[in-house]
Design a protein around this ligand. Sequence first.
Ligand code: IVH
Length: 708
Amino acid sequence: MPSQQLASKPVDQLNEEEATSELARLAKEIAFHNERYHTEDAPLISDAEYDALRRRNLAIEQRFPGLVREDSPSKQVGAAVSEKFRKVVHAVPMGSLDNAFADQDVTDFVARVRRFLRLDGEKELAFTAEPKIDGLSLSLRYEHGRLVKAATRGDGQVGEDVTANARTVAEIPNVLSGDFPDILEVRGEVYMRTADFAELNRRNAKAGKQIFANPRNSAAGSLRQLDTSITASRPLRFFAYAWGEISKMPADTQMGMVEAFASYGFHTNPLMKLFTDVEGLLAHYHFIEENRATLGYDIDGVVYKVNRLDLQARLGYVSRTPRWAIAHKFPAEKAMTILNGIDIQVGRTGALTPVARLQPVTVGGVVVVNATLHNAEEIERLGVMIGDTVIVQRAGDVIPQILGYVPDKRPEDAKPFHFPTVCPCELKTPIVRDATAGGAEGVVRRCSGEFACPFQRIEHLRHFVSRRAFDIEGLGEKQIEFFFTDPDLPVKSPADIFTLARRDAENQIKLKEKDGYGDVSVGKLFAAIEDRRRIGLDRMIYSLGIRHVGERTAVTFARAYGNWQAFHDAALAIAGGDEHARAEMDALEDIGDAAIDAVARYFAEEHNRKLVEELAAEIDVIDAERPKTDSPVAGKTIVFTGALERMSRDEAKAMAEKLGAKVAGSVSKKTDLVVAGPGAGSKLKQATELGIEVIDENAWFERVGGAA
Ligand code: IVH
């Protein structure tokens, strides 16, 4: 059959041979359009036509799972189409900021930076201070002065392509002015002024259209519109304050960069100022806080950044958070409401958390209906009863908290709350209390059912698909609940997610026939799942939901072990009591007994081992990125000992890790190099005995000088 005719033949009528040639054609065609779209920014087909190609590819793969090609578009990360927008892989990841709340946190931050850089008290160190705009961050890529791509932050690595929308925003230049670099990624915040937001809501209310909760939601909703004429009609604005890839840096300070952005035609914030001491930063913070209401746009704090870019580079990042910046948040907002009841929530680790059910109340522009009460002791400490009028506080994205109740408003029929003694799950397992380090009863009450407790299982699955874990589009909390109890396509463990499409193909009752699903949404869901068959090692480790293994620990493990097999082997060995494997994990920086014990406990469980194996069989774990593998110390295990004079211990460690080396806390046969300063003692002695190479700090800089 001629290929043209084959291309329009319904999938269910294709034979195996035809399916093979269709899959080959689609792989080529989709790759071609990806290239046109992502690299050349000149798509030849509409988004709908592109979607149709991918859907056809997927439908054929579902009918003929044995024919899935190595280069199948469904396996490619980042080329997937989200429900609405195509994805963009950021050339330089978009990070996020650490938070400071009290003045002391800012003092600590400045001291930390100074210590890291080994600056003595005399040396001047300048910081910028500027408002933290409460909008959504956007990365704008210009090539030869023309806007070629606009992408939202997404998960920091992959964002959504909103180029067509950004082009309609008046404050985002389509063409740059002045003396700009050839490649320039400007980053900043899209926001809406409060008056414009109120006016938009007023107009929308009159027309029976969507009402937004606050200017930030309104800005996000307005930018992410498939119909760009809607975006164009919304009063969006943009402040430039950061950057991604740049072919030639126009300045060597933060302030200089922002001034350069202004010269290219961007709006920059007029309240950005330079200071050389903590007092100056704090005074500016309080000034901005006092004048917050008069700015005309929402801000949620003040951001401080080290001004010199060479120092920023030395300070670097911890995960995706810069050491050279911090967000000083404004105090949380408060409101009063009624406590209607207290429910018990069972977490992933079985911990039981009392959750306050509140009469809905708006706190700082967001409607709050739940607040955490932490534990039974907290309820007792607060002295709250059901029916009380309580004070609720909300700070940033943190779960709202209850600060106390108003005694005068306590109704006569207020009821005390009694913490249950058995898990609210159907097993009614007894509740156990964690022991504290001293062996006393801790405050955390836990269901002893572990994986047999359906609440814990479902929480594990929720964690598994969460944004920082597998992040499967169209498979959020709600859908996990649906599949967990669905009789036709049950998902009881992570591997079940990856067999959904296969099982659905074999089932009599199809997912697309179920409430809330149709041809398109099922296709999208299965495509999103396919996209996640390839996953980074750190995400894989994090997604298992092992206690004490958060994102940072997962990154440390990923960097240290490099690939899934090595991590898995080590974890099994530790679970089996292998002291050597344990010592190796223990030598990793920032990994302590709590995490190691948790890994051991997790992998000692037959059930967990099976779960992990089944999952690993379904997916492809990408080896961890080893930064700078061509550096002279890449892959080497290094120990720093004694006093260092040109850099702090933290900086030495960060530098070595950036160059692909592993930094260990103690000397062993596995150590490749010891950098010893004055006063080095037992570690130096051990190194000499073991015949390990020892160099001093100057020799270290000579060795890595070009690479650092
Ligand atoms: S600097 C490496 N400056 O805050 C990150 N961020 O958690 C550098 N934001 O997602 C960001 N105003 O959307 C920076 N003046 C400002 C900001 C700002 C708002 C947002 C930004 C980012 C988040 C950081």
